[in-house]
Write a protein that binds this ligand. Structure first.
Ligand code: GLN
Length: 408
């Protein structure tokens, strides 16, 4: 674990091949031929980049394709009965088996309670914006949300205080440093972004200053639960473990206090931060929270408007550029899905207007991201054409309607 979360010397913009080779795992999951399980042959699903002919066959099987104008955003193989591609359960089984073969990485142990997780646990879940959920493995096993909470609290701060105020307190630039770096941007004298600890502790500070500690904690628990669609709770042992050993986070808060980026006293903000990180979720919860983001802030099952939709847009933008720590550039390039990871082993992804994705596997790479989670996301993105800049971006019905109106 000594290498875990150490400074990545490859720098942002490094060649992705070289950069992935420098991580603790062997990098095989990023190649176009992921390692196969030897004991059981995987279900044949065409995992790998979506090419034009597969794309066309999927689009032909899409029910909502219109004769005039561009087709609506495809929903791909989520319906079990699509004619042009295997069912989603086959895809999930195949991806699960391939990613489960990866045993690199280590449990986070700098928070002692996290080292008690089952290293073999692994689950994947996909939730659609029309309320379906598909999952495999330990998708209902609870673990603590950790840094994935940062995306949600940032969204709440934007709603509560407006983007101008929040931007004046926390930037939106990738830091190029580990998530727990004791630093701020010397140019702006504020944290680089809300997805690293310095930024998230400042966001917790904004919530506490605006609402007071009790109401802020209440808001966090209520909205996280509304997004997941079930009542979530703080894991008290993890919370105590974090609080007792959170010396780095205390150092960060005192540094921010010294430059005027945080108000005194920092302790309530830190406490809120430790509690938000200790909320228990499952991979299925992360998928549903992701689907709530994807559905413009409305939970697709309960139909409750959980997040402000303008804040959801800003949050996804920062997830896309900063959500995977020092791996964010490689992630945007290879996976292309706004996402947020946590050292508990979870990753939440958002495919705007379509899907939420959640994975859980607690073995982490040097950047603090789940090894199997990264591999699963890469395979899901390739197989379903989920990359933001993939050839499946066939045009928005809104733009089509706009141009049609302006022609008449
Ligand atoms: N609670 C953890 C910390 O502050 C969150 C870090 C993470 O998930 N990357 O270190």
């Amino acid at each position: 674990m000594s290498q875990l979360f150490s400074k990545n010397t490859s720098g942002s913009g490094a060649d992705p091949e070289t950069a992935s080779a420098q991580t603790a795992h062997n990098g095989d999951e990023f190649s176009s031929n992921p390692p196969l399980m030897t004991e059981k042959p995987p279900v044949p699903f065409p995992v790998g980049p979506l090419d034009a002919s597969r794309f066309k066959s999927m689009m032909l099987s899409e029910k909502s394709t219109s004769e005039q104008g561009p087709p609506a955003q495809p929903t791909f193989a989520i319906e079990e009965s699509t004619s042009g591609s295997p069912p989603i359960s086959d895809l999930l089984t195949d991806i699960y088996q391939r990613a489960r073969a990866l045993n690199e990485g280590a449990l986070a142990d700098y928070i002692p309670e996290l080292a008690k997780a089952d290293p073999h646990a692994f689950g994947i879940a996909i939730a659609t914006t029309d309320g379906q959920i598909h999952s495999i493995g330990d998708a209902r096993t609870e673990f603590t949300i950790q840094s994935t909470s940062k995306a949600l609290t940032y969204c709440l701060a934007l709603e509560l205080c407006g983007r101008k105020h929040v931007f004046s307190r926390v930037g939106v630039e990738p830091s190029g440093d580990p998530f727990n770096a004791i630093e701020f941007s010397p140019a702006s004298r504020r944290p680089y972004n809300p997805m690293v600890n310095a930024g998230a502790i400042t966001v917790a500070g904004i919530l506490c200053e605006t609402l007071g500690y009790d109401a802020a904690l209440d808001l966090v628990l209520t909205r996280f639960s509304d997004a997941a669609g079930r009542q979530l709770r703080v894991n008290e042992s993890v919370y105590r473990s974090e609080s007792e050993t959170g010396h780095r986070n205390r150092a960060i808060s005192h540094l921010l206090l010294s430059v005027g980026a945080m108000a005194a006293p920092p302790e309530p903000s830190l406490d809120l931060y430790f509690k938000q990180c200790s909320i228990e979720v499952t991979a299925a919860d992360l998928a549903m929270i992701g689907a709530t983001f994807a559905n413009l802030g409305e939970n697709p099952v309960s139909k409750k408007q959980v997040f402000d939709f303008a804040a959801v847009r800003d949050t996804q933008a920062v997830m896309f550029t900063c959500g995977m720590y020092d791996y964010s550039g490689n992630w945007a390039y290879d996976v292309g899905i706004p996402a947020k990871s946590g050292v508990g082993g979870g990753i939440m992804g958002v495919v705007n207007r379509q899907l939420g994705l959640g994975t859980y596997s607690p073995r982490l790479d040097v950047n603090g991201n789940s090894v199997r989670g990264i591999a699963s996301f890469k395979m899901m993105s390739d197989a379903l054409g989920l990359h933001a800049f993939d050839l499946t971006n066939t045009g928005s019905p809104f733009i089509g309607a706009f141009f049609k109106r302006n022609q008449t």
